[in-house]
Design a protein around this ligand. Sequence first.
Ligand SMILES: Cc1cc2nc3c(=O)[nH]c(=O)nc-3n(C[C@H](O)[C@H](O)[C@H](O)COP(=O)(O)OP(=O)(O)OC[C@H]3O[C@@H](n4cnc5c(N)ncnc54)[C@H](O)[C@@H]3O)c2cc1C
Length: 397
Amino acid sequence: MSRPFSTAVIGGGAAGIMAAISAKRIGKDCIILEKMPQLGKKILASGNGRCNLLNEKIDPSKYNPSSRPLVKSIFDRFNKKHIEDFFKSLGLETYPEADGRIFPVTNQSASVLKILELELRRLAIPVELNFCASNISDLKDGFTVTSKAGKNISCRNLVLAGGGKSYPALGSDGSVCEMAQAFGHKVIKPVPAAVPIVMRDQVCHLLQGQKIYAKTVAVIDGKVSCEASGDLLFTKYGLSGTSILDISEEISIAINRNKKKDVVVSVDLVPFMDENKLTGELTKRLASGWHHADLLTGILPNKFASAFKEVLATRNAKDVALAIKKRRFGVVETKGWNEAEFTAGGIDTSQVKETTLGSNIKKGLYFAGEVLDVTGHRGGYNLAWAWASGHVAGLAG
Ligand SMILES: Cc1cc2nc3c(=O)[nH]c(=O)nc-3n(C[C@H](O)[C@H](O)[C@H](O)COP(=O)(O)OP(=O)(O)OC[C@H]3O[C@@H](n4cnc5c(N)ncnc54)[C@H](O)[C@@H]3O)c2cc1C
């Protein structure tokens, strides 16, 4: 195992596995170094165990703005069709849902991992499990990677595919990002993304467990930053659900990276009625003798009557409609790494070659996956990035 490999890949997640397969298929002698006792733990957890591995609408606009030139260049080289063909050639059948998300027909993340492991075995790619890379020595024409336990692996090229910081129990904790920093790479401060949000608001507490369809808007320093529609889940600490996870990246960057204080989520609790229509309906109800406390019956779940008791008791139809359509929740903080699906931040993409994902600073060093400052929307975009960047880095590195 200690022979100099042509390529060593640190990290056996989606990006690292893909990099190793692509490298070996063009004849490179490569090895995967993985700190966990098992490969691909995050693949197993993805998509609630179903693995949303791709999306029909792969496009750079679905990624953070600073990464888009790099993302475009990589998807120009390995696009959605290539990813689908790759999995099909391995024997994995997939299907798209109506919203464009692509899943394996088995609806099982485990079958995605198994099909990749079969290919690693077919190609006889060595995998060192329980190898927690803790140091990289920069040699004249290559690297030596040393594990925490003192094991050394030498290689000419090195692909860093150690992931971000989210869900550290699944393996990635940001340590590989720090190794890149030691070579002079700039790291954009990683913050949790696709993460629930903590509010200090009695309404969240009163409605905990309640899920509705809503429209959410992130307002930072008084300016609309982004918006989403989908499930809104009230929890005892604040808000969650897809409509929150989808705006959480901008909120997290504002609070956790840019230290903003004025961050608010404005929620339209009744997106299926515009303000005039809702005001008209409430006016009609009041005119025909409805009690204030019953005004929202049939429009919102019954629990809302007590949560919005004060609004309902004291205001007229127009004020109630406004309070329901533009309910503002002040953000206290985001939840942490254990509840964040992705990492926003990582190795600065401006120091990485757009054609190969090679370092502009250190010859022989390559990057793939979430370790880079590339964050996709929810819906299969992050795994799409992991497959495509892994492929390109594996071919070049
Ligand atoms: C709960 C959850 C659900 C998700 N669902 C989806 C989804 O359905 N669709 C989607 O597109 N995205 C999803 N994501 C995001 C997606 O899974 C990740 O963006 C993607 O897996 C990142 O792949 P990666 O290979 O870059 O990193 P990772 O999968 O994190 O792999 C990095 C690997 O490197 C290893 N490693 C880290 N440090 C070291 C070290 N020092 N030495 C050796 N090895 C090391 C880790 O153990 C890990 O195995 C989800 C994420 C989570 C947490």
